[in-house]
Design a protein around this ligand. Structure first.
Ligand SMILES: [Zn+2]
Length: 269
C-alpha cells in the first residue's frame, strides 16, 4: 500500500515537471523571435564588459581583465544560439524613446580601456559574426604602446559595427574629482574623440574603476552623456536608466553559467 502511494506520488511529480517543461519551452519558442516595445514586457538587457581579449590562457592574470579569444568566440556563438541578439547603444536609446522594439533577448558588448588586443584579436571575431560593440577609450592613452591608435579607432568606427566612446582622459578615480572636474574631464575626452573621429551624435561615458562622486551622473546627464556603471547588475527594460546603465562581467564563464548569472542577478536586484 505504502509502495503504491509512493509510486503514485512519483508519477504525479514527473507529470507535473513534464507539463511545466512543455509550457516553458513552448513559451520561449513562441517569444524567441518576437520583438517587444518598452511597454510590452520587462526585458532583461545585459551589457557585457570585457577589458582584454588574449590569444592564450597563460596570459590570464585576472579573470575580469582577460578572456581568451576562444572563450570569447564561444560565448558569442553560444549566446547567439540561445536566441540573443547583440544590439548597440543607439538601439537602446531608440528603444527607451519608444522608437524601436527589441528582441526578447538582447545584449550589448563593451570593452573598457581601449587595448590594442581588442582591435587585433576581438575585432576580427566581431566582424566575422557581424556584432555591434562599443569601445571605451582612455583618450590620453590612445596611440600609446598596447593601446589602439586613432587610425585603428577610425577604422572601427567606419566599419559601422564599432562605436568609440569615453572612459575618461587618463583613467582618473572620479570619486576624487569634483562635479566640475568630472564634467571637464569627460568634455575634454570627447573633444579628443571628435577631433580625431569627427562629430559624435551619441556620447557615452564609463567611469574608470566604476567609481564616481555624488552629483556627477546628474551633471553629466545634463551635459548630454549616456552613463555606464560597472556593478555586475542586469538592466530591466521597464526601468531602463540611460544615466546609470548596469554592466556585468562575462569573465571566462560558459554560456550556461552566463545565462544562470543573468537569471540570478535579474531576480536579486
Ligand atoms: Zn578602465
Amino acid at each position: 500500500m505504502k509502495r503504491k502511494t509512493i509510486l503514485k506520488t512519483l508519477i504525479l511529480i514527473i507529470l507535473i515537471i513534464f507539463f511545466i517543461s512543455i509550457i516553458v519551452i513552448g513559451y520561449n519558442k513562441v517569444a524567441e523571435n518576437n520583438q517587444y516595445n518598452i511597454y510590452e514586457k520587462n526585458l532583461e538587457i545585459p551589457i557585457f564588459l570585457y577589458h582584454h581579449i588574449v590569444e592564450n590562457k597563460s596570459e590570464i592574470e585576472y579573470d575580469y581583465m582577460q578572456t581568451t579569444k576562444d572563450t570569447f568566440e564561444k560565448q558569442i556563438i553560444g549566446l547567439k544560439n540561445s536566441g540573443y541578439h547583440f544590439i548597440s547603444y543607439n538601439d537602446l536609446i531608440q528603444y527607451k524613446e519608444g522608437k524601436k522594439s527589441l528582441y526578447k533577448k538582447s545584449a550589448v558588448i563593451t570593452f573598457d580601456d581601449g587595448a590594442e588586443d581588442i582591435y587585433k584579436i576581438a575585432y576580427p571575431i566581431l566582424k566575422k559574426h557581424n556584432i555591434p560593440f562599443t569601445m571605451f577609450v582612455i583618450t590620453d592613452y590612445v596611440g600609446l604602446e598596447t593601446y589602439i591608435t586613432w587610425e585603428e579607432a577610425r577604422e572601427i568606427q567606419n566599419s559601422g559595427l564599432g562605436l568609440i566612446a569615453s572612459h575618461s582622459q587618463r583613467h582618473e578615480d572620479f570619486s576624487k574629482l569634483s562635479v566640475e572636474q568630472a564634467i571637464e574631464n569627460v568634455n575634454n575626452s570627447y573633444k579628443a574623440i571628435e577631433e580625431n573621429l569627427g562629430e559624435q551624435k551619441t556620447k557615452i561615458f564609463t567611469y574608470p574603476y566604476g567609481l564616481y562622486g555624488e552629483g556627477q551622473s546628474e551633471a553629466l546627464e545634463k551635459e548630454g552623456y549616456i552613463i555606464n556603471l560597472t556593478d555586475n547588475k542586469i538592466n530591466k527594460s521597464k526601468d531602463l536608466n540611460l544615466y546609470g546603465l548596469h554592466r556585468c562581467y562575462p569573465l571566462s564563464d560558459s554560456v550556461f553559467k552566463i545565462k544562470l548569472k543573468i537569471m540570478y542577478r535579474s531576480i536579486r536586484y
